[in-house]
Design a protein around this ligand. Sequence first.
Ligand SMILES: Nc1ncnc2c1ncn2[C@@H]1O[C@H](COP(=O)(O)OP(=O)(O)OP(=O)(O)O)[C@@H](O)[C@H]1O
Length: 191
Amino acid sequence: MPAPKDTRPIVISGPSGVGKGSLIEKLFSKHPDTFAFTVSHTTRKPRAGETDGTSYFFVEHSEFDKLVSENAFVEHAQFGSNKYGTSHRTIGDQMAKGRVVVLDIEMNGVKQIKENPSIHPRFVFIQPPSVEILEQRLRGRGTESDEDVRKRLAQATSELEYANTQRGVDKIIVNDDLEVAYKELEDYIFQ
Ligand SMILES: Nc1ncnc2c1ncn2[C@@H]1O[C@H](COP(=O)(O)OP(=O)(O)OP(=O)(O)O)[C@@H](O)[C@H]1O
């Protein structure tokens, strides 16, 4: 398949457990030389096997805050006691290699990009067929505690509300059957 005509970055958002990772994995495996992830900055410490510049750019809090003040980030957020951000530079690096950048970004990141648009991506929102099915998937994945599943579901409700009210979502895909949803994503990206 020829490369997408539209080479802008693609922001993929949607509630936790909706299947963003599954869809993105398929996209990358079917088109191995077309897309690229960016490397995020984080203040968290590297885990065993993680390398600086590949897994993340690992920085101290002070350096992270300096980068924020310099507007180095397209979006950034705090989870627990750690901060995470996507820099303009990591996006530019991948685009310079001729790759279409795919960003898996949560709702607050999407809001930041929309409020302060320093990049002009295509916004794709992945929606679950229902909140009940989202819960089943989160539980079925088995990677979160019961409390965490409940937190993610509460967050999902506001994400879905936001998606229904926000302007400028270019594409909404309901991930019911994974193959069907994937085809819809691929068609949209390569249209
Ligand atoms: N269409 C589908 N039908 C059934 N199960 C699915 C479907 N899509 C994804 N799943 C399953 O649902 C679970 C959540 O999917 P995935 O991890 O891709 O979600 P995610 O949106 O990337 O979540 P997070 O934001 O928390 O990383 C996984 O176990 C995955 O295999």
